[in-house]
Write a protein that binds this ligand. Structure first.
Ligand code: ATP
Length: 263
């Protein structure tokens, strides 16, 4: 399997402070990674590097076989699907759900003409259907609930048929039903052999959908552990990562974590 992402000794320094430090990490084709760590650990910084929007201060980065710094990022970016709050803020609130997904096919956030290729429209409808959005195609993006907005963004990210899909906290702000609905849909995507390689940032082990294969734990910009999910997601590792005693449990194909009571 070839690598879709390879970081070697990557550091990002801002104001003398390392946002991420000496990170070496690779994602092979077909793998589905979770990045987990406390607030400020450097998770979004890693996603920004993986999406080619942030260049490291030191170290080397290869994305989809192309070396960052030696490739035209405007050719690389359509090969990467991205969903996260930073992108959502750039999406016009008065655009419909269908338009929001369709504009991705043209590398835009806003529509600029009325007619789209029927093939693109059929694809947009199919992705939205897969994410349970068929009854909201004509709704304005800005009027959607948080869960509907997340699902629209994932459909949008899939629109360019990316080789790498990056999801930044897709379940943040969802209620229990919304989270479980999204986890089921992400699980279906993660288990689809034709789906792109995936990297998902999250704060909660409960949001890890079945089908995810690998985990990177990060704390204060440094990788604590990275590898197959079952090996890395242990109580000892999670306790080190979040800096307090935690117990991780697995029930069937889902994970939970809780702290130990104060004595
Ligand atoms: N441009 C910047 N200049 C200086 N510091 C920055 C910059 N961008 C991010 N940081 C800092 O770098 C650290 C890592 O940020 P990052 O957003 O990657 O963390 P995160 O793990 O995604 O956090 P959260 O879980 O809170 O979203 C934080 O302490 C943040 O304040």
């Amino acid at each position: 399997m070839s690598d879709v992402l390879e970081l070697v000794d990557v550091s990002v320094i801002r104001g003398g402070h390392a946002l991420v430090e000496q990170v070496s990490w690779s994602v092979a084709e077909g793998e589905r990674w979770v990045i987990l760590g406390p607030n400020g650990a450097g998770k979004t910084t890693l996603l920004n590097i993986a999406s080619s929007y942030l260049f490291p201060t030191t170290g080397t980065v290869q994305i989809l076989g192309e070396k960052l710094g030696g490739v035209d990022v405007f050719e690389l970016r359509p090969r990467i699907g991205m969903a996260g709050s930073a992108l959502a803020e750039r999406l016009p609130r008065r655009q419909t759900v269908l338009q929001t997904v369709l504009t991705a096919a043209y590398g835009m956030t806003a529509g600029w003409h009325e007619s789209y290729d029927p093939v693109d429209e059929a694809r947009a409808r199919a992705f939205l259907d897969r994410l349970g959005m068929t009854n909201l195609l004509d709704q304005h993006f800005g009027l959607l609930s948080e869960g509907e907005r997340k699902r629209t963004q994932i459909a949008r990210a899939l629109m360019t048929d990316p080789e790498l899909l990056l999801l930044d906290e897709p379940a943040a702000g969802l209620d229990l039903g919304g989270r479980e609905d999204l986890v089921r849909r992400l699980g279906r995507l993660a288990r689809d052999p034709y789906a792109p390689s995936m990297v998902m940032v999250t704060h909660h082990v409960e949001e890890i959908a079945p089908g995810f294969t690998h985990l990177l734990l990060i704390r204060q910009g440094k990788v604590l552990a990275a590898g197959p999910l079952e090996e890395v997601l242990t109580s000892a590792n999670l306790s080190r990562c979040f800096g307090l005693p935690l117990v991780v449990e697995r029930s069937e194909d889902r994970w939970t974590a809780h702290g130990l009571p104060l004595t």
